[in-house]
Design a protein around this ligand. Structure first.
Ligand code: F6P
Length: 338
């Protein structure tokens, strides 16, 4: 890797002079580590970095600050994003993107690294038509970006949710209750599946597998009861259905005292895990090197443990299904006991 880095440095240094970096969409733990890595990797090649605040909105309004290696000190361990984030309506319009391209020219930004999810990459793809080199870095707790096995923030969010579920289990056990816990994930069940597997859930409901209450919830609770369990843990992905409705049904049909907890934005905050810091650092470094090589319209991804990259349009055309192996394991172990 070092040799490659040196070769790229010698060959292409000087092509890209100023990189803009922004975070966009829902924040994710590890975004700061990615920003830091972009700034430090660029700086080591003599490339200037500008931080764009509030996502694409900042690119339109010129809400921009110079970032040097020192200005990103002590952020690797911080949750959220020091650059702030937004979902920009204006950038969805041709007019908005045109304004943003003028701002780029004004500030001398010739390469742009956008850290975020699918929506962020769709914006980048449109924006690349204005002649600015673009790279996306995947960061979302949902882990729902098809081109990559992993997105920055997932591990931290999963661990936060797992800790919450463990705490809930203590009190559910004492009162012999059922806990229905809603986790985030938008339209995807990756987070719920992972949390369910790690916390020994009685049942896990994900949007990718339309559920039947009798078969997938009631029956599992009955089997767990037969096996001697007196408390139950049901994990519901937010896209799978209403946790409140499921909780009410469990109480009505099985007579189990039930409590519903919606973990919500708790899952998005907190210090990034080691996994998220290291992945963010590696992806930020890779993003800068893509620009240095003269490539554009790429998304950084992790496949089979290796950091690589893929064309944005191709990335956006891909669909990510649930990990069926993980789901089979879940099917085999849920409902019996933790
Ligand atoms: O995409 C990340 C995510 O946290 C989803 O899991 C969730 O559905 C959504 O963002 C919540 O968005 P907001 O922060 O705008 O409420």
């Amino acid at each position: 890797m070092i040799e490659y880095y040196k070769a790229v440095t010698a060959m292409d240094k000087g092509k890209i002079k100023r990189i803009g970096v922004l975070t966009s969409g829902g924040d994710a733990p590890g975004m700061n580590a990615a920003v830091r890595s972009v700034v430090r990797s660029a700086s080591s090649l003599g490339i200037e970095c500008l931080g764009i605040r509030r996502g694409y909105n900042g690119l339109i309004s010129g809400d921009i600050e110079k970032l040097g290696p020192e200005s990103v000190s002590r952020i690797i361990n911080r949750g959220g994003t020091v650059l702030y984030t937004a979902r920009s309506e204006e950038f969805r319009t041709e007019q908005g993107r045109k304004k943003a391209s003028e701002v780029c020219r004004l500030f001398g930004i010739d390469g742009l690294v956008a850290i975020g999810g699918d929506g962020t990459f769709r914006g980048l793809l449109e924006f690349s038509k204005y002649g600015i080199a673009t790279v996306g870095v995947p960061a979302t707790i949902d882990n729902d970006i098809a081109c990559t096995d992993y997105t920055i923030g997932f591990d931290t969010a999963a661990n936060t949710a797992i800790e919450a579920v463990d705490r809930l289990r203590d009190t559910m056990q004492s009162h012999e209750r059922c806990s229905v816990v809603e986790v985030m994930g938008r339209n995807a069940g990756h987070l719920a599946l992972y949390v369910g597997l790690a916390s020994g859930a009685t049942a896990v409901l994900v949007p990718e597998k339309p559920f039947d209450f009798e078969r997938d919830v009631a029956e599992r609770i009955r089997i767990a009861r037969i096996n001697g369990k007196t408390h139950f843990m049901i994990i519901v992905a937010e896209g799978a259905g209403s946790a409140m409705t499921i909780g009410d049904k469990i109480h009505e049909e099985l007579g189990v005292d039930t409590r519903v907890t919606i973990l919500g934005h708790i899952q998005r905050g907190g210090a990034p895990s080691a996994r998220d810091r290291v992945t963010a650092t590696s992806m930020g470094f890779h993003a800068v090197n893509i620009l240095v090589k003269g490539s554009t319209n790429r998304v950084v991804c992790e496949r089979a443990g290796k950091t690589s990259d893929i064309d944005i349009a191709e990335a956006l055309s891909m669909k990510k299904g649930l990990d069926e192996d993980e789901y089979s394991v879940l099917e085999a172990v849920t409902g019996i006991g933790e």
